[in-house]
Design a protein around this ligand. Sequence first.
Ligand code: CP
Length: 306
Amino acid sequence: MNRKDLLGLYGLSAEEIAEILDLGLFFKSALKRGEKEHGALKGKSVVTLFYENSTRTRTSFELAAKFLGAQVVNISVATSSVQKGETLVDTGKTLDAMKNDVIVIRHPMGGAPKLLAETVRAHVVNGGDGMNEHPTQALLDMLTLKEHFGRLSGLTVAILGDIRHSRVARSNLYGLTRSGAQVRMFAPATLMPEGLAREGAVICRSREEALRGADAVMGLRIQLERQKAGNFPSLGEYAKYYGVDEQILSEAKKGALILHPGPVNRGVELTSGVIDGAQSRIEDQVLSGLSVRMAVLSLLSGGEGK
Ligand code: CP
């Protein structure tokens, strides 16, 4: 992959996505064998700069960088000079001056990683920006599917939940369609944005229509503040009319995979039976996340790390 930064999947080719996933599968197999030490980032440094909360993304980037041999620093925005009014660009220039090599950024404003990437020498990886993109989340979802099915082309993936505010949904739509999969989407009308059909999504009018014959079903987290904003009447009604339970899941193909980016609101997007059931790959997604982040860091830094 001949890129300085990974800002989103919108502009990535099918070949670039396949290259990341293939290397991610290599690292995932190695991790399953207990092999954690690789040398692709030996002598390099990685800074995680998260302006929003995170468990999975931040921890897995930190572990990925360490397993590849890098020095890692986590900046806590709450106790950094950001609180004194330092701009994002000035923070980036400060890290450049320290000869840092990679910045992984999460920011509430869509476009912040792009702004940073345009002003720093370091490689920039988007760990989620506003409602725009979360590229490594979609890559880990795609890696989980590719490992199970052996391909992405020809698969049908149903995405249900708060599509409007979801950077995960957007990145999955771009990455999966570019890789030859069909993406169906279903949400309450208040949580379904316009324009995604133009990007290749099949917009569905019921859960049944979205799930019928699907190879995988992805629930998206309902952000509880959306209820206060009147986007749906109550969590109970959301679960009843838009959530996934065992009965609705039977519309999908036998053995269809269940995915969720986490954190999950149990009993809202998915019932506990579905989350903990045999078809769930939610825990496996976490290992895929570590693996695909190792692949991204390794490829951006110019080495495969095998
Ligand atoms: N899926 C995801 O981005 O989780 P975190 O917010 O915990 O990083």
